[in-house]
Design a protein around this ligand. Structure first.
Ligand code: PLP
Length: 408
């Protein structure tokens, strides 16, 4: 195809999208056609290294053969029935989730925001069961929990909440990693806190990890005050941080865990894991979802976990992470005015810049590397968890070259 035909291909996709799809996203002028492992190819055949992983979704890369086989096998048999019947795929997935997290039960839904809606309902039921009259759910100031009205209400980032009028009442926000403020909030709302819901690493806030001390104090205070501790592991779950679930880095378990994103390797699925002490809170008829836990989604999620666990992919994440951080620190040494901080956990990495990160991400795209810009000045890097050292090196060479072209 000629240059003109190629550029008209993306132009026509763009034109149709802008004409017919609501403009809720700020898109780059690229459309991808297929992917293999950590590589993506656009409609012009240009190759990219994908270190965004669909925002922590394709943790096994693209077109993983075993996932495709599982999808095909299940698609041949059955996509969907309803939750008015039993499903072996749903039961198998629930079992593997519980065996690998903590004793309890699972509710299945279709996305992260829905999983968090489930957590809000559990918090509300917990308040009712304890007789709390004016319950409060606390989350972090920089948190992001989703776009439905409940999840939006619990999201600390004001820019996500603004412009929609009054949201759900009964939420307040703790300054992340500020133990003094945490203690103040527990004293301010004494007797009224039904739950604290938090991501262990604030992904949309620029990959900001909560400190061990802060989280341990949070677990202590929630336990002492009879409040649920809910971990939103929608972004950090499924091997991303070097454990299957990020809470497994800490000497405690949460009461409730919400999951989505990488659980389905790109096929929509969400889950709420409820610890055994609290499974009574949602009884028959109190919550539900038509698509939640359907045969196809559960089969793919089960296969995702099977691949990760049987190939022991998570055990290599710490050494890959160490290499990555070391490489990034070398780059920081070369550009101390540009990179102010490198942070994260495992392969969930944030590079804080002194300038807006979108321009850098755009330039990396031009050079065949997909990264993500978040919280204005942070470049978020999330490669597949089965990435090779060679590919990290190749990607970081591109990143370094792009930074070298910036004048600060
Ligand atoms: C921590 C966290 N919670 C919830 C969500 C919302 O998930 P979804 O977009 O699947 O509704 C996201 C999405 O980025 C997230 O990062």
């Amino acid at each position: 195809m000629s240059e003109i035909q190629l550029s008209s291909k993306i132009e026509s996709i763009k034109e149709k999208t802008n004409k017919y799809v609501l403009g809720t996203y700020n898109r780059f002028d690229i459309a991808f056609e297929y992917g293999v492992g950590e590589l993506l190819f656009d409609v012009n055949g240009k190759q990219y290294i994908d270190f965004q992983s669909g925002i922590s979704v394709t943790n096994l890369g693209h077109s993983e053969a075993d996932i495709i086989d599982a999808l095909r096998e299940q698609a041949d048999k059955l996509f969907h029935t309803s939750n008015l019947f039993y499903s072996s795929e749903q039961a198998d997935l629930a079992e593997v989730l519980i065996v690998n997290s903590f004793p309890g039960k699972v509710f299945f839904c279709n996305s992260g925001t829905e999983a968090n809606e489930g957590a809000i309902k559990i918090a509300r039921r917990h308040a009712v069961s304890k007789g709390i009259k004016d319950p409060v759910v606390l989350t972090m100031k920089g948190s992001f929990h989703g776009r439905t009205t409940g999840a939006m209400s619990m999201t600390g980032q004001y820019k996500v909440r603004e412009g929609f009028g009054d949201l759900l009442p009964g939420f307040d926000y703790i300054e992340e990693n500020n133990i003094t403020h945490l203690i103040e909030m527990f004293s301010k709302y004494k007797g009224r806190i039904s739950a604290v819901i938090t991501e262990p690493v604030l992904g949309e806030y620029g990959v900001l990890p909560l400190s061990d001390e802060f989280l341990i104090q949070l677990r202590k205070l929630t336990a002492e005050n009879g409040a649920l501790l809910v971990f939103d592991e929608i972004q950090t779950g499924i091997g991303r941080t070097g454990k299957l679930f990020c809470f497994q880095h800490f000497p405690f378990t949460p009461d409730v865990l919400t999951l989505a994103k990488a659980l389905g390797s790109g096929f929509p699925i969400g889950a709420v894991i409820v610890g055994e002490k609290h499974t009574h809170l949602l009884q028959s008829g109190m919550h539900g979802s038509t698509f939640g836990g359907n045969h196809l989604a559960c089969k793919i999620a089960f296969e995702t976990l099977r691949v990760i666990l049987t190939r022991d992919l998570i055990s290599q994440v710490p050494s890959l992470s160490e290499f990555f951080f070391r490489r990034l620190r070398l780059i920081q040494n070369n550009f101390p005015n540009l990179i102010t901080e490198i942070r994260g956990k495992g392969l969930h990495i944030g590079v804080v810049l002194s300038i807006p990160s979108r321009e850098i991400v755009k330039e990396c795209l031009q050079n065949g590397l997909i990264l993500n810009s978040t919280n204005e000045k942070v470049v978020r890097i999330m490669p597949p968890i089965n990435i090779s050292i060679e590919r990290i090196e190749e990607a970081m060479t591109i990143f370094e070259t792009v930074l070298a072209g910036v004048n600060v």
